[in-house]
Each structure stands twice: as C-alpha cells, then as structure tokens.
Ligand binder design. Structure first.
Ligand SMILES: *Cc1c(COP(=O)(O)O)cnc(C)c1O
Length: 472
C-alpha cells in the first residue's frame, strides 16, 4: 500500500493531491493510511524510531537537507521523526485534510494552533463551553500574550457571531461536542458566517473523533485533537494533533514585510505572519525572499505550525507514544460502535432514575440538540455523558466512592469506563458562575463509557445510588 500523503516533503510549492484517501473506506485507512512497509524494512508494524538525530551522510546532502531541499530527509527528532509522521498522515487521511502535525499533548496542539494564526496582535472568537485547560489558556494566558478574546454564548447564532467578528479576528474556536455536557454546534453555519470574513474555523473534535464526525466535511478549516482520549483509546499515552483542510483564505500576498512586523492596516492581509518574509524558508544568497504562503501554498498554516511552534516551543511527540496511539487508532471504529451503544443504554437508565435531576447527552431524544445530532452524527455523539444528582457535594462524593467498575480518573475515551466530578477536578478552572453557565453543577458527574458489559455498568451505578439514597 502506497504512502498517502507525505508530510515530510517540507518544500512543496504547488499541491495537487485532492484525494488523500486513496479511495479506501475509513476502516481500511485507520489500519493502513500513511504507512508504506517497503520504506521501513518491510516491517508490518510501524517501527518505533528511537533516535534524536539522523546520519546526514555527506556535507553536500547535509546542507541541502538543512535548507529543506532534500524531501523526506530527517535532521533532528524535535522537528520530525518517522513514527509520529505515520500518525500525522493517518489522521490527515481519516479527517480529509491535506496534512497534519502531531504534538506531545492536546494542549500543545491547541495552544500552538491558536498562536500560529493569532500571534502578531490578532483576536479570536471563542465559546466558553470548553475543556478546562483550553478555557484557562484562552481566558488567562492568551490575553497575557497579546491576543484578544471575544466570547459568544451561541456560536452558531448568526447575529452573535457576526457581532463578534472584527477586523483583527483570526479564528473562531469551538468544540464539536462539548465536555462534559455534549452540547453540539451547527458547524456548517459557523463556517458559512466566518468565511464571509475570511476567518478560520478551528474545531476541537476530541470527543467524537473522525469516526463519528469530520469537521472538515462541514466547512471547518482546522481540526485539533487530544489523541490521549478515544483516538488512543487505552489511556496509555498523552498526545495531540492538528489537521489542516488546506483551504484557509490567506488574502493578498505581502512578502515584502518582515515576519517581526505586526502593524495592521487596510492593506494588511488577515494573516500577516503567513504572508511576510521568513528567513529560514528563503534563499537570500540567491536573492529569494519567501513567505509561508509563497513556499507552501495551501499548506502555509500547517508548515508554520511545524517550523515555528512545534520546532521552537518543542512539544514534539515521542516515537513510543506515537506508536501506542497508532495501535489504538487501528480499532477506533469497532471500539466506538460498542462504547456508543453502551453510552445510550446508560443514558436511558440514568434518565429514568428518580434521584437524577438532569442527564446531558445529545444522543437522547429529549436533548435540545437531538435534531442536529441526528443530522450530523448518524453514528452517535460519543461516549461521554453528564448527569446531575439530587443533593449536594456530600452525595456526589458518596456516589463516586461507591462505584467499583468505574475508575475515578480525569480522562475520557478509555476502553475502561471512567467517572469524575467536573466541578472539583476537570472544570476547576471555571468559577461557580462559569461552571453553572456551561451546565456543571456541584453534583454533576461525568461518565466516560468504555467497552464493559453495559449491565455491569448499570449495576455499578445502582451501587452508587444505593450508597447515597439507600435501598428502594
Ligand atoms: C483532554 C482534552 C484536551 C487536552 O488534551 P491533553 O492531551 O490532555 O493535553 C483538550 N480538549 C478536549 C476536548 C479534551 O478532552
């Protein structure tokens, strides 16, 4: 099977590969995409390249490689290693993007993506219904780094989104399925509005994974992941990834500018940093000055992400973690089919329980998002759900302590079922009012449903209810 998309040819000017799926279905690509065994000594399993550097063989080749003129050559593993590169190509294929970059964590992928587009004095539009770490980054760290934030309550509301987008807005950030309440968004609508202004749509698609939902097919420009969750699926490696659809609107060329200039004026394109001269992708000795858009065309964003943020902030994924993630990814569709079915069974059980005041799961017919879920998530919205108990913190604590099959653990997407109290763990970054606004009460409990027998999961939850409210 041939390699589907080479993310290692770092100097592509024109890119004509529109179909990187090789015509194969998802289940085949999750096992084979991006890996060509003959170029890896015929190893059937993706090798773990445990090396920091690469033999450059001779001085001529070394200097050509350092200038990006030897496609496929590796220099140093902080910038590229063959094991994570298979993961990158595979994820790009599964999501329908032109290229991907893997990171050592989801947070590295998210923070680097936002900065790649919004540095040099940009602003972002964001929802507040976010993973706690992402909210902490956007709310508290981004403003300190000179990037402005404009929040919207409902990002697919045309009036709200139109009002929030200004001349300096570089991207709209949202989660396709929010954590923990599984609210979903009409991404086609968000993309239509944002693209009127040439603004990128960045979607954190961690909860559904590309098996349940592919944001690029709904107009998103960039998809970010914590691969730690369902993509890995076994809770044994932290990782992240960014997939680029390759269709950002880079606006008029402005290569004469220097990448350190940031002044905005009417003639400035929306992403000045991608249209400005950059020394280390130019050949100044031969009078050639290039911007990322000149050098990489529609891969300009993803190449700046790799060559500036991955390389300089240094959040390269390790080859061993990438190997574990690739192994987990091989069974993504079968794991999710089983876990989604279990999640619906558990959600229905909780919905009928007298001591549960609310169940948040967009897969339930009573959910306010159910119509959108039916339209955009025909295979289900995922394996995370939240429910709220009668009582207070004491009751929530007793419930968690009584369960035995569920592990009390701040992760999601594992093959084993997990339970957590978001108000005191994963969503601690939000104050009480902010928590309430996104549906997190002191007695809200989040479940991540795994692959156990669903009757054992229900029996375990009944154990929790008995411990808190007694026999009934
Ligand atoms: C876990 C998570 C993250 C952060 O990813 P890490 O791999 O833990 O850095 C970001 N977004 C969502 C939706 C998550 O669930």
């Amino acid at each position: 099977m041939g390699s589907i998309d080479s993310t290692t040819d770092r100097h592509v000017t024109a890119d004509t590969s529109n179909d990187i799926t090789n015509g194969e279905e998802f289940a085949t690509r999750q096992l084979h995409a991006g890996y060509d065994a003959p170029t890896h000594l015929d190893s059937s399993s993706v090798p773990i390249y445990a090396t920091a550097g690469y033999d450059l063989r001779n001085a001529t080749r070394g200097s050509r490689a350092a200038n990006g003129l030897e496609p496929g050559t590796h220099l140093y593993s902080r910038v590229g290693n063959p094991t994570p590169e298979v993961l990158e190509s595979r994820l790009a294929s599964l999501d329908g993007g032109v290229a991907a970059v893997a990171f050592s964590s989801g947070m590295a992928a998210i923070s680097s993506t936002i900065l790649t587009l919004a540095d040099h004095g940009g602003r972002i539009v964001s929802t507040r219904d976010l993973y706690g770490g992402t909210f902490d980054f956007i709310n508290n760290l981004l403003p300190a780094l000179g990037v402005g934030v404009d929040y919207v309550d409902k990002v697919d509301d045309e009036d709200q989104l139109e009002a929030a987008i200004g001349p300096d807005t570089r991207l709209v950030f949202l989660e396709s399925v929010s954590n923990p309440t599984t609210r979903i968004t009409d991404i086609d609508r968000v993309a239509e509005i944002a693209h009127r202004h040439g603004v990128a749509v960045v979607v954190d698609n961690t909860l559904p994974t590309p098996y349940l939902f592919r944001p690029i097919e709904h107009g998103a420009d960039i998809v970010v992941y914590s691969t730690t969750k369902a993509i890995n699926g076994h809770g044994n490696a932290v990782g992240g990834a960014v997939v680029d659809a390759g269709r950002l609107d880079y606006g008029p060329d402005n290569t004469v500018r220097d990448e350190t200039q940031s002044a905005q004026d009417a003639a400035t394109p929306r992403y000045p940093q991608l249209n400005s001269f950059v020394h280390n992708i130019s050949d100044e000795a031969h009078g050639q000055r290039r911007s990322f858009v000149d050098a990489y065309g529609r891969k300009a964003f993803i190449q700046r992400l790799r060559l500036k943020y991955l390389r300089l902030l240094g959040a390269e994924p390790g080859p061993f973690e990438s190997y574990l993630t690739l192994q987990g990814l091989e069974t993504l569709d079968v794991r999710l089919d089983r876990a989604v079915s279990n999640t619906l069974t558990v959600a229905r059980f909780l919905e009928a329980h007298p001591h549960v005041t609310r169940v948040d799961y967009a897969g339930l017919p009573d959910s306010p998002d159910h119509a959108l879920a039916e339209r955009d998530y025909p295979r289900g919205v995922g394996t995370v759900l939240a429910f709220t108990l009668e009582g207070g913190v004491k009751q929530a604590n007793a419930f968690i302590d009584a369960t035995q099959v569920f592990t009390y653990l701040t992760n999601i997407g594992d093959s084993k079922s997990l339970i957590v109290d978001p108000a005191r763990t994963t969503h601690r970054e939000f104050n009480a009012d902010q928590q309430r606004a996104i549906g997190v009460e002191p007695t809200t409990i989040r479940l991540s449903i795994g692959l156990e027998d669903s009757q054992d999961l229900i029996a375990d939850l009944e154990r929790g209810f008995r411990a808190v409210y007694g026999e009934e």
